[in-house]
Each structure stands twice: as structure tokens, then as C-alpha cells.
Design a binder for this molecule. Structure first.
Ligand code: FAD
Length: 178
């Protein structure tokens, strides 16, 4: 990180730098990443497209490709949403009555996941959560609630609304009645 590098992004979030001093792609929002790398100086000149916008305004394709658009690498928010989709969906398919092997594999998976999660500061906090609150793997419902609580811990850190964990299975397994 050079002396000129900003410490705060355009939304007031702290900018996270990797060990080599470069802004971390998967630890910052795309807006802050572009700000920290000098590609934009304000929100006004940001050409960042949301997934909805990218469907409406045709995105340029990767040269030599017909269907693969020039989509940017995921930022901390896109990575988070995709990861929670995967984690809660895995939970929804976890056995109601898991075997000892199922339990052991799930514990190993969550531990390894917390080590390799690409947003380093998110990963550190998730590791700490697991160390303090061991994954509850004795049934699907137990694991679903544990995952919901893990997600709520991050929601609290980011000052987002808490999710009602009694509804975890409607959101991630059964769907809503109406
Ligand atoms: P998300 O929080 O991604 O939620 C997606 C959907 O899940 C919601 O729309 C809702 O329907 C549902 N949902 C919400 N809460 C719960 C819950 N408790 N249980 C079940 N379902 C729920 N970002 C950071 O900036 N800093 C961090 O330290 C950080 N740590 C993370 C750690 C992990 C392990 C993961 C997977 C992500 C982390 N993120 C972190 C990303 C962050 O949690 C969000 O994914 C991101 O900010 C986008 O938020 P969102 O509001 O779109 O919804």
C-alpha cells in the first residue's frame, strides 16, 4: 500500500489491501476497488454495471466468444451472495439423520471453507465464529439454524437486518406458501 493509497472508499468503508500492497479484489466492493486502483474518482464516473443492468444493456463479449460476456471478477458483495446461496443450499440438502461420516465431512468442509474463503478479513471472522460456535451437524434442522446464526453474525457486523432463523427452511429448502 503506497502513501497515496486511499484508506477509505466512496461509501466510507475501509479499503482492504493485500500483503503485496494492492487493493484486495474480493475484500472490497467493486466501487471501492476501482476507486483504490485510480480507475474512478467519484460515484459519478463509475461505469459499474449491476447484474440487472448488464442484461438490459448488452455487455461486450470476450473476443472469440459468442456467449461469454466480459463480466468482472466478483467483489465482496457478489462473492458473499453466491457463497451464502451455496452454503444454505448445501445445508438444505444435508441429511435429516446424518451418518457419522456425513457429520465429519460437513465439519471438515466448513473448517476448510473458512480457511480458503477469498475475502481474507471475512474468512478470519468466519474462522473465529466456527472456533467459538462449533458447527451443529446432528440434523438438517440443527445445521440450518447454525448456518442462519453464522449469517446473522455477519449481518450484525454489517448492520443489516437479522433474519428469523425459524424461517431458514422456507427461504432455502421448501419455498414460501403463497
Ligand atoms: P446476503 O447477506 O448475501 O444474503 C443473501 C440472502 O440470504 C438475503 O437476501 C436473504 O434472503 C438471506 N439471508 C439473509 N440473512 C440470512 C440468515 N441469517 N440466514 C438465512 N438466510 C439469510 N461481507 C463483508 O462486507 N464483511 C464480512 O466480514 C463478510 N463476511 C462474510 C463471511 C461469509 C462466510 C460469507 C459467505 C459472506 C461474507 N460477507 C461479508 C458478505 C455478506 O455477508 C453479504 O453476502 C454481502 O454484503 C451481500 O449482502 P446482501 O445484502 O446482498 O445479502
Amino acid at each position: 500500500m503506497s502513501n497515496m493509497a486511499p484508506t477509505e472508499g466512496l461509501d466510507g468503508r475501509k479499503i482492504v489491501y493485500d500483503e503485496d500492497g494492492k487493493p484486495c479484489r474480493s475484500c472490497n466492493t467493486l466501487l471501492d476497488f476501482k476507486f483504490a486502483t485510480g480507475k474512478i474518482t467519484s460515484k459519478m464516473n463509475s461505469p459499474i454495471q449491476t447484474p440487472t443492468e448488464s442484461k438490459d444493456n448488452a455487455m461486450p463479449m470476450i473476443p472469440g466468444h459468442k456467449t461469454h460476456a466480459k463480466v468482472d471478477p466478483p467483489d465482496v458483495e457478489k462473492l458473499g451472495r453466491s457463497s451464502w446461496d451455496l452454503l444454505h443450499s448445501i445445508t438444505a440438502r444435508y441429511p435429516v439423520k446424518p451418518t457419522e461420516q456425513n457429520k465429519s465431512e460437513m465439519k471438515q468442509f466448513l473448517t476448510l471453507f473458512s480457511h480458503v474463503y477469498p475475502c481474507s478479513w471475512c474468512a478470519r471472522d468466519f474462522e473465529k465464529f466456527i472456533a467459538k460456535h462449533a458447527p451443529k451437524v446432528n440434523s438438517r434442522d440443527e445445521l440450518g439454524r447454525w448456518m442462519c446464526e453464522a449469517h446473522n453474525e455477519v449481518n450484525a457486523k454489517l448492520m443489516k437486518e437479522q433474519f428469523d432463523c425459524n424461517l431458514w427452511d422456507k427461504r432455502w429448502k421448501d419455498g414460501w406458501d403463497e
